[in-house]
Write a protein that binds this ligand. Structure first.
Ligand code: DUC
Ligand code: ZN
Ligand code: ZN
Length: 470
């Protein structure tokens, strides 16, 4: 057989092994591993490079309606382009159901925005904000059957949050269908109480975002979400975990044998609440929820990564421009932390940060890096053809130069925001060549692939909810 492409002389890493091997690709699929594989139309020399599965960022927000004149900084074109340059071949954005809206209608709108515009493959999680009988009884089960096999619920944000009864009812749909529930864990009533106190005291600067969303509010909600999942008897994903107390809750639940998946993000390793205290409202650049904590909590998150409590490392890319009336400095946001849109960009820097701070420092090995950034995402979210380098899987591959040293500068990134929260951070290791389904999309840091090459992928049930048969 003549192959379409061979990646030669590199060091391949999967979630279990690191080995010297060439990789042969035909018709978008990995078809052979080994040496002297035979002729190919094209060969890429990867000597001195790591050949890794393309990153899968399973937590991003693109083109999500944000209300009140606020516009998300990335649509599917800019968001997936940025993801691609950051070494990703797939992202999973959220489809937000607005109150009163049908999920199916919401999905139609997202698909229309994404179709033909993506540089990476995509799939959607659903956000359930209006769990009516019709949504829970008919729409959601039908959508799970159609390959939308995960949905997120919020315990915070007025207009979005569900009460415990609604969470139980939504989790019950997961029990019946095999879908996977993701939960944003922060106690809204506690936050509202603290917001009131801060406002009474005239404290409205961005730093108040962190002090009104304390660790206890996240820890309590994390415990409650896992308890509700235990009562319904379903697995649960605890997204964007920021601190050691929440991690302890997760450890205890896992030790009791509960199926709990947990995710953390670069902001909880790299930022602290002090960043929100920047002069001239610059702290707004770091407003995200849960908020970054302090150095001790960063250490706790690293510990959760190193000893295996965390299963997923995602960006929670949720970009808003800073100096923009439709972004962080919107007229109300420029006067009170309450109106600063929550979220920060990070889809392009997720992998370089973990590679540099995790692998290059020796905190984690390459196998764990691959597991946390691609393989676990594929298993947990039902992407059966993705997440590893193995014969029969999609040829989604990122070639890394571990010697490249870069200073993160937003001017050199590719998202639609106007800043990076990691500006000035020095990293070692960068994704130089990105291959999507056998097509070289980025080569030596230059975009050569076309918009529209990335496609929507329907998903199977999660490997943790599925009942296995041979
Ligand atoms: N939760 C997210 O998952 N992303 C951004 C904002 C939020 O609250
Ligand atoms: Zn969230
Ligand atoms: Zn998010």
């Amino acid at each position: 057989m003549k192959f379409d492409l061979i990646i030669a002389n590199g060091t391949v890493a999967t979630a279990s092994d690191v080995f010297a091997s060439d990789v042969a690709i035909k018709d978008g699929t990995i078809v052979a591993l080994g040496r002297d594989l035979g002729p190919a139309t094209r060969t890429i020399d990867a000597a001195g490079m790591y050949v890794l599965p393309g990153g899968i960022d399973s937590h991003v927000h693109l083109a999500q309606p944000s209300g009140d004149g606020i516009v998300m900084a990335d649509d599917f074109e800019s968001g997936t382009r940025s993801a691609l340059f950051g070494g990703n071949t797939m992202v999973l954005p959220f489809c937000l159901q607005q109150k009163g809206e049908s999920l199916r209608e919401a999905l139609k709108a997202y698909h229309a925005l994404a179709e033909g515009n993506c540089y990476t493959d995509i799939s959607f999680h659903l956000i359930v904000s209006d769990p009516t009988d019709a949504v829970l009884g008919q729409e959601l089960p039908a959508l799970v059957a159609d390959g939308y096999t995960s949905f997120k619920v919020f315990m915070t944000y007025e207009g979005l949050r569900l009460n415990d009864a609604e969470i139980l009812a939504t989790m019950d749909v997961a029990r019946r269908t095999g879908a996977l529930v993701m939960v944003h864990c922060e106690n809204e009533d506690a936050i509202r109480y603290l917001v009131g106190r801060h406002e009474d005291e005239g404290e409205v600067r961005p730093r108040a975002h962190a002090t009104t969303r304390p660790i206890a509010a996240e820890r309590e909600a994390t415990h409650r979400a896992m308890s509700l999942a235990e009562i319904v008897d379903v697995p649960v994903v605890i997204v964007h975990v920021s601190n050691g107390a929440a991690i302890e809750e997760i450890r205890r639940a896992k030790a009791r044998g509960r199926k709990v998946v947990s995710e953390t993000c670069p902001q909880y390793l790299m930022l602290t609440a002090d960043d929100l205290g920047g002069m001239d409202w610059e702290g707004a650049k770091f407003v995200c929820s849960p908020p970054p904590r302090d150095a001790a909590e960063q250490d706790a998150c690293w510990n959760g990564i190193e000893e295996g409590t965390f299963d997923l490392f995602s960006s929670d890319h949720c970009p808003f421009r800073y100096d923009d009336p439709a972004g962080k400095l919107n007229p109300k946001g420029a006067r009170s932390f309450r109106h600063i849109p929550n979220g920060i960009p990070g889809v392009e820097t997720r992998l370089p940060i973990l590679f540099s701070e995790g692998v290059m420092t020796g905190r984690i090995d390459l196998q764990r890096f691959v597991a946390l950034t691609a393989t676990n995402q594929a298993k947990i979210y039902g992407l059966e053809r993705k997440g590893s380098i193995a014969v029969g899987l999609d040829a989604d591959i990122t070639i890394w130069n571990p010697e490249t040293r870069r200073t993160i500068r937003h001017a050199e990134l590719h998202d639609g925001s106007d800043y990076s929260p990691y500006e000035g951070t020095e990293v070692q290791g960068w994704p130089v060549t990105v291959i999507l389904g056998g097509t070289v999309m980025v080569e030596h840091g230059r975009l050569i692939g076309k918009k529209g090459e990335g496609r929507y992928r329907s998903r199977a049930l999660s490997s943790i909810t599925r009942r296995h048969s041979p």
